[in-house]
Structure formats: structure tokens, C-alpha cells
Design a protein around this ligand. Structure first.
Ligand code: HEC
Length: 163
């Protein structure tokens, strides 16, 4: 009888110990993703307006530089046209009006850092839900992105094509 009681006590304490450690594990696991999502959604006001990426200060824009825009147009054809049409929805959203809806810094950051933008920026997350394809980095340098921006400024002035 004594032995039986001992075995029961041992069994109970094993069960209690494993319950205790389980609780600790689950509380640790649940706190981690919670913390992550808080930091992910905390964009600074700058990031909300101008995007997340290497462009962290305002770009001063002058008159449209035509030769820079032509350069940008060539890069756009090679690296962006596969997914973006001027006036129609395609793999990605139509691009002609982009300089009217987004700041130059936002556009540059989207071109230079799309992966993080897709993960963290609420507006891009919404677009992802709509277009179902994440935009990926196209190996564009800072200078190339600036040239594309100039091209996008230029096409915004042209009339809508029916293409
Ligand atoms: C693989 C297809 C693909 C390629 C290539 C691509 N994009 Fe995108 N782009 C998208 C999609 C899809 C979105 C919408 C957001 C998302 O789902 O990631 C988007 C979003 C954008 C946005 C933001 C639109 C908004 O309203 O905020 C800009 C600006 C943009 N792309 C410019 C470019 C430029 C410039 C290039 C070329 C360097 C390019 N994209 C290459 C698919 C692509």
C-alpha cells in the first residue's frame, strides 16, 4: 500500500511538472509573434508617407530632365513593363498616375526596397491582397531608380493611351 501511494505521488508530480513546463512554453510562444507584429506595424510618419527604404530625405525635383527620363524609360521597358501597363491593371497596378498619388520618395523606396514595402507598408499590403503577386526587387541601382522616377513624371503628363 505504501509503495502504491509513493508511485501515485510520483506520477502526480510528473504530471504537474510537465503541465507547468507546458504553460511556460506556450506563454513564451504567444508573446513572441505578438511583439513582432507590434514593431512591424509601427511605421514612422515619414515611412507612412514616403515609404520604407534607402530614401530617407526629401528629393528636390526641378523641371523634368528629358534625357534622364529617356534613360529611365529604357530601364522601365526592361525591368517593369512585364508587370505594369500605363493605363490598365496588369500583374501590377497601372503606373501612369503614380506620381500624382505617391511621393517621389515613396516611388523610389518601392523600386529599391519592394520586399520590405510589401511586408510592412499597409498600403502595399492592401495592393498585394488585390493583385496577389508581390513585387520583387529588379536589381535597380539608386541612379536607375531616379531615372525611372523622371520617366514616370514624364508619362504622367502624356495623355492616356488606349493601347
Ligand atoms: C513581378 C511583377 C512586377 C515587376 C517586375 C514590377 N512590379 Fe511594381 N508592382 C507589382 C505589383 C503586383 C504591385 C502591387 C503591390 C504588390 O502586390 O507587391 C506593384 C507596385 C508598384 C508600385 C506602387 C504602386 C502604388 O500605388 O503604391 C510602384 C511605384 C511600382 N510597382 C513600380 C515599379 C517599377 C518602377 C518597376 C520596375 C523597376 C516595377 N514596379 C516592377 C508588380 C511588379
Amino acid at each position: 500500500m505504501k509503495n502504491f501511494a509513493r508511485i501515485v505521488t510520483v506520477l502526480i508530480s510528473i504530471v504537474l511538472m510537465s503541465c507547468g513546463s507546458n504553460k511556460e512554453n506556450t506563454s513564451q510562444e504567444t508573446s513572441k509573434p505578438g511583439q513582432q507584429s507590434i514593431s512591424d506595424s509601427e511605421l514612422s510618419p515619414w515611412e507612412t508617407t514616403h515609404g520604407i527604404g534607402p530614401v530617407k530625405t526629401e528629393i528636390t525635383l526641378g523641371k523634368i530632365d528629358n534625357s534622364l527620363a529617356v534613360q529611365g524609360g529604357k530601364i522601365f521597358e526592361m525591368k517593369c513593363l512585364a508587370c505594369h501597363k500605363m493605363d490598365e491593371r496588369y500583374v501590377g497596378p497601372p503606373i501612369r498616375k503614380i506620381t500624382q498619388t505617391r511621393t517621389p520618395e515613396y516611388i523610389m523606396n518601392m523600386i529599391l526596397n519592394p520586399d520590405e514595402m510589401v511586408k510592412k507598408h499597409p498600403d502595399v499590403k492592401k495592393l498585394l491582397a488585390e493583385y496577389m503577386t508581390p513585387m520583387t526587387f529588379q536589381n535597380v541601382t539608386h541612379e536607375e531608380a531616379r531615372a525611372i522616377l523622371e520617366y514616370l513624371r514624364l508619362i504622367a503628363q502624356e495623355k492616356t493611351q488606349s493601347n
